[in-house]
Design a protein around this ligand. Structure first.
Ligand SMILES: NC(=O)c1ccc[n+]([C@@H]2O[C@H](COP(=O)([O-])OP(=O)(O)OC[C@H]3O[C@@H](n4cnc5c(N)ncnc54)[C@H](OP(=O)(O)O)[C@@H]3O)[C@@H](O)[C@H]2O)c1
Length: 261
């Protein structure tokens, strides 16, 4: 059996986001909004996309309507944003619920956006990136891709699928010079994360969560350095568990550990 490394090596020319043209999905709130703002700060042109573009309030960004689960919407974005060389696949549903007891519609939706939506974006934009010199794709995964989490096992499974997708696409797009990177955060202090913890009855101390602005700086520094897997502290901790028996990500235990540290 032969194996091929998924590490394609750093790009010959380090990626400079100054002067790049980036497209961010789900840029109306949460991590996506921070991506758009930080990319602009670094001197990139930014397409800030959202299902409801009227909610995007980012001066200097080009705003586009984009639902990644709607093929016509994806195709329309690719036809307009022909100068993109950095694709940030951030937007996705995080609300899948549990796989056995949850609503099948929610389970499908979480898979549709995280897996098929991300795939639709990559398939539509791969030729655009190739024409613009290769560029980069950054997929926003999650530490739950490498574990599971009670109450949201469907989301964890969808992120696992997206991780597999990321590895496959990296291999397939290496020859056109596209860097395909994974951002693997643990707990990010967005409203969605805070609501999830509150609904689960868990008080998460602030210092256990990374601020979205800090995560985005880490991600873009990693992208500029040509890294293919960019992990925050919890992302790295979760990856280290892969060599042991499978286990669930225990939000309450993380919170307790943070309180006693
Ligand atoms: N927060 C965390 O702790 C954490 C940890 C690890 C990974 N992540 C990942 O980080 C990314 C952003 O998370 P977040 O915390 O910023 O979530 P968020 O605040 O809930 O934002 C999610 C964004 O995705 C958009 N979206 C959902 N479905 C979409 C679709 N079909 N097409 C286009 N956009 C869509 C949402 O648009 P609407 O406003 O229209 O719903 C929203 O803009 C997600 O991929 C999530 O899995 C988050």
């Amino acid at each position: 059996m032969t194996t091929r490394s998924l590490y394609c090596g750093p790009p010959e020319d380090p990626m400079d986001l100054h002067g790049a043209t980036a497209l961010v999905t789900g840029a109306n709130r949460g991590i996506g909004r921070h991506f758009a703002v930080e990319l602009l700060r670094r001197g990139a042109k930014v397409y800030a996309t959202a299902r409801r573009p009227e909610l995007v309030e980012i001066p200097d960004a080009e705003v586009l309507r984009l639902d990644i689960t709607d093929q016509a919407s994806v195709d329309a974005a690719a036809a307009v944003a022909t100068d993109v060389d950095v694709l940030i696949n951030n937007g996705a549903s995080t609300a899948g619920g549990n796989l056995v007891s949850g609503e099948l519609d929610a389970i499908r939706q979480v898979m549709d956006s995280n897996y098929y939506g991300t795939l639709a974006m990559i398939r539509a934009f791969a030729p655009v990136l190739a024409r613009n010199g290769g560029g980069a794709i950054l997929n926003v995964l999650s530490g739950v891709a490498w574990t599971t989490v009670d109450g949201n096992t469907a989301y964890a499974a969808a992120k696992s699928a997206e991780w597999g997708l990321t590895n496959g696409v990296r291999l397939e797009l290496a020859d056109q010079g596209t860097l395909v990177a994974a951002l693997v955060p643990g707990l990010v202090a967005t409203e969605t994360m805070r609501d999830f913890a509150t609904n689960a009855g868990i008080a998460l101390p602030d210092d256990v969560m990374i601020e979205p602005a800090d995560l985005v700086r880490l991600a873009l520094d990693g992208l500029e350095a040509g890294e293919i897997e960019i992990l925050d502290r919890i992302g790295a901790e979760v990856k280290a568990t892969l060599s042991g028996p499978p286990r669930a990500f225990d939000l309450a235990a993380v919170a307790r550990a943070a309180m006693s540290a």
